[in-house]
Design a protein around this ligand. Structure first.
Ligand code: AMP
Ligand code: MG
Length: 483
């Protein structure tokens, strides 16, 4: 048989039983490949060029497992909307860790692959719509240069899943730098075996923070690094108007990748209170709550490793608290710089914060589109009359005055703006339209949208159809937990 070039080197499976359950995917009735990410396969140095669709369908449904695999479901816990629960992969299995030619390590995971001992009441399955949604948005986030898990394939199972309606079943192949979550630490910490926490800290450092291998204060340094990574991630979300929607601690990756695309969506008109998820009644995961929730989740992570930070519990708590409390400062500093980049401002001026907040305030008051307002400023004009308003023009004058302090050319300013402000984001109505057609078996729209989303910063000639927000309607856009 033709060689795909899998290079599995499975390390997680060597951890003790507490961390996982060995379990195989449950074979499916009639697998059929729906979408396959050839570009990603290439990046992973995998070769599917001689594999036909039938074989692809078998592989990415879990019906036919590569030889070197020993599939497993990972154990984890999580605070879901603030409530602690023991969880685990209830509908996913890890095929293994694949190494590319540069020895970068990737988890290859099947999501929707059947029941495991962590399934609780669930059926272990996933529906086609949500899996295609994850595929589309994760690939869009990647193209926006934001750390994320990737999507390699979606396969229809040929079986129905029972939700509110009967839906087409599907399996997504997710590629991640790992699936270690804040919740993984919470699960191990809840078992109160300090040896296991130590193992997980060391494993995480070796895999994600190798610069800390010889640190004398591993747990402390790890906390510091994870704070930094998570902070950068959430700043990136704020930059492009992304709302994750379900930032439970089990959905926060220790590597700092965006993970678990359920009810996520992009904000159109600027409103910090924007929430799309139908179950987020209190707005816990609203746009502007994402930074404080990141900090809250990091505090849950810190709690897990307290015993390893210092022998004296009081002192360990003090050290960890100081780090967590500093999140706010790191965030504000990075946020300000991120917004300066969006406005093409070099250097730091005292009044920058006011200038930025004035713009945001104006956007909120006028329901201006977040993405397109920055596009307008960098010269990708729209005909929207909103940008002719006198208060906006007055703000522009202030911005121009500030820009004069750049000590730099207009070209450099625009260049900076262009790499920070996307022209194209997955517009909610376009995503829904593409999914609706895909559910009916027509993939034209989803393929076209995926293609357009590949170049979010340079696709400036693209028609308004993909650039404008949905026309205002009485109904608020709502997303549902992807199950
Ligand atoms: P999520 O909302 O996708 O982050 O999932 C939260 C938890 O519920 C995880 O432990 C999942 O594995 C589990 N889960 C979600 N959907 C199902 C399902 N259909 N069957 C079994 N477990 C599920
Ligand atoms: Mg999850």
């Amino acid at each position: 048989m033709h060689k795909i070039n899998w290079k599995f080197d499975n390390t997680y499976s060597k951890l003790s039983e507490t961390f996982r359950e060995f379990v195989k995917p449950t074979p499916v009735h009639n697998p059929e490949i729906v979408i396959f990410n050839h570009e990603l396969a290439k990046e992973l140095n995998l070769d599917f060029s001689k594999i036909d669709n039938r074989e692809l369908s078998k592989i990415f449904s879990g019906n036919s497992l590569p030889k070197e695999t020993k599939t497993l479901a990972q154990a984890y816990a999580g605070h879901q909307f603030g409530h602690f629960t023991m969880l685990g992969d209830g509908r996913a299995v890890l095929l293994g860790e694949h190494l590319d030619n540069k020895k970068n390590r990737y988890d290859i995971q099947l999501k929707g692959s059947g029941r495991t001992s962590f399934s609780r009441g669930g059926d272990g399955r996933a529906a086609l719509g949500p899996m295609l949604r994850e595929y589309m948005i994760s690939e869009a986030i990647n193209a926006l240069n934001i750390p994320t898990t990737r999507s390699l394939a979606v396969v229809k199972t040929g079986e129905k899943v029972v939700r509110e309606n009967l839906l087409e079943g599907a399996i997504l192949t997710r590629v991640a730098s790992s699936h270690i979550r804040v919740g993984t630490f919470q699960f191990i910490a809840a078992k109160q075996n300090i040896e296991n926490i130590n193992t997980l800290v060391n494993y995480t450092i070796r895999r994600h923070y190798p610069e800390l291998i010889s640190s004398k204060f591993k747990a402390y340094d790890l906390l510091n690094s994870v704070i930094e990574k998570q902070c950068s991630l959430v700043i990136n979300w704020m930059r492009v108007g992304f709302i994750h929607g379900v930032m439970n601690t089990d959905n926060m990756s220790i590597s700092g990748e965006t993970i678990d695309y359920g009810p996520c969506a992009f904000m159109d008109h600027y409103d910090p209170k924007t929430v799309f998820s139908s179950i987020d009644k209190l707005g816990r995961y609203a746009f502007s709550n994402q930074p404080p929730i990141t900090k809250w989740n990091l505090a849950r992570f810190a709690e897990c490793i307290i015993p390893l930070i210092d022998k004296s519990e009081d002192y360990a708590i003090k050290l960890a608290t100081d780090l967590i409390d500093n999140f706010q400062n790191i965030y504000e500093y990075k946020w300000l710089n991120m917004m300066r980049n969006k406005l093409g401002l070099f250097g730091e001026e005292k009044k920058d914060k006011n200038l930025i907040n004035d713009l945001l305030e104006w956007m909120k008051k006028n329901k201006a589109d977040y993405t397109n307002t920055f596009c307008h400023l960098m010269g990708v004009k729209s005909n929207d009359d909103i940008y002719k308003k006198t208060d906006f023009l007055a703000w522009i004058e202030k911005w121009k005055l500030r820009s004069e302090l750049n000590n730099s050319s207009k070209e450099r300013q625009i260049k900076l703006m262009k790499i920070n402000n996307p022209v194209i984001i997955p517009r909610n109505h376009k995503v829904e339209e593409a999914l609706k057609e895909a559910n009916n078996g027509n993939l034209n729209k989803i393929n076209r949208l995926l293609d357009i989303l590949k170049k979010p910063y340079s696709n400036q000639e693209i028609s308004n159809e993909f650039r404008l927000p949905a026309p205002e309607s009485k109904e608020k856009y709502q997303t549902f937990c992807g199950t």
